[in-house]
Design a binder for this molecule. Sequence first.
Ligand code: COA
Length: 260
Amino acid sequence: MNYENIVLDFLNGITTITINRPKKLNALNKDTINELHSAFDAADADANTKVIIITGSGEKAFVAGADISEFAHFGIDEGGKLAAQGQKILFDFVEKLGTPVIAAVNGFALGGGLELAMACHFRLASTNAKMGLPEVSLGVIPGYGGTQRLPQLVGKGRAMEMVMTAGMIDADTALSYGLVNHVVELEELMPLCHKIAGKIMRNSSVAIAKAIKAINANYIDGKDGYQVEIKQFGKCFGTEDFKEGTTAFLEKRKAEFSGK
Ligand code: COA
């Protein structure tokens, strides 16, 4: 696929996806969502990619939301389809990927932008980042999973306040809420993402994929996460990485994981 709205970069096991519509503050239009789906899918399928980082181009925005100009004229059916399709191909898709996905929130992460960051496995922010779900100020509600993932991350009361006020919180508040894991100066954001990715890459990628599945299970209605954990734990015993990890420990050497 030819990408017009995103830029891909691969370095030392890390695929970085940069949303590249700086003049529109990287707002997510339909084409960008389709391109992101394709890029995430390809990176996840690439055995050399051990971690995916997503960020926004420029120094102002991660993503300033879904592209308002594209849905302003929609009716009820189109509105419902917009949310369903977006959740399926991007937001739920990213959350369920077996490859770790880190959001590098480098500026405004609003509406669909914050929802995209929240669909990632965890988030780092730069000091200039501002986060919020301003949808009710437009007469709509978050439609890309925000009403579910924000309370999971920050608690129901804080999520209610953020959604009802449509306000923005700064990076330090997001840190204190547990919405982001680390806050650093903008120029330190990608280096810190790479440093954390480096730590992740030392471990078994096949075990990490199973851990993601087990952690996510807790947030799926009707799924017993403990049972999913038991099943995924058992499956690890059939992997090459398990043999290598345990053998290396007993032989007092560093494990060399094949990811199988
Ligand atoms: N959808 C479409 N276009 C958007 C956009 C969005 N979500 N967010 C920003 N843009 C566009 C603006 O329309 C503007 O385009 P123009 O130069 O062609 O007029 C450009 O990006 C720059 O934005 P601007 O508003 O001029 O920048 P600012 O620094 O004054 O304000 C924000 C920054 C983020 C506060 C403001 O752009 C904003 O409120 N955006 C919408 C946020 C939102 O409601 N998101 C949820 C959508 S569901």
